[in-house]
Design a protein around this ligand. Sequence first.
Ligand code: NAD
Length: 245
Amino acid sequence: MIEIGPKDNVFILTGAGISAESGISTFRDPDGIWQKWNPQRVATPEAWQADPNLVWKFYSERRQKATAVRPNPAHFALAELETSLHDRLFVCTQNIDPLHEMAGSRRVIHMHGELMKSRCDRCSRPPFADAETHFDAVPRCSCGGRIRPHICWFGEVPYAMDAVLGALEDCQVFITIGSSGTVEPAASFALWAGAGNRREGARKYYVGLESPANCMFFDEVFLGKAGQLVPQLLSGNCHGETFGN
Ligand code: NAD
């Protein structure tokens, strides 16, 4: 059972697994994205330099698919939690899909970027909302630069890390949902969580289909589908396997 005290700060990290029941493939699915596409050719700064049209084709297909998906009960449960915890809740997602916001969450950090935003690859114009598809030509900024997807590609630095690390340090409850624990730096968040409150640290929970690669960092692991478990756990009526500690 996940207990949240009246003064606890809660840090939630979500991964591809929370969106699986909404119809967006995870990395590990047999029909996952990287079974069909080579990430080196569509999701790196080098790919953008070599063939920006191919990069936009890849993200245009992702945008088309994302317009048809809907949030599932796990996304809604987190949006509801925000209405009761307000700024004591910090949600950080590795996902680029807009499902948290579609469910009603207002304060979500997308550390790997947002599918429905673009930015200029030359000037400092801030990222802007953009659901357009670009199959034929690479769009241009008024400065002459090329408009690129607002995505943190392999080899780039994740976004908003100062805010993320600050919230991690200050949390009393840390929950990861649907992340295999193999992609850094997110895989180490469970180790760093609660480092600021040295006396007690943070209580750390994992929710997902299978034990993650970093399961040794968690106090409890709840195995099952996020859409079923997350609403139950957050309303306090579910039990999980306890790991050591
Ligand atoms: P991952 O694919 O490595 O792992 C997904 C995890 O989710 C697995 O451990 C799997 O067991 C679990 N899972 C699958 N279905 C589940 C369900 N119904 N309920 C709960 N758990 C379930 O994903 P990751 O750890 O997030 O890291 C991979 C990277 O892939 C991230 O950088 C992320 O940005 C990117 N990605 C994002 C999306 C998206 O935006 N929806 C989709 C695919 C990949």
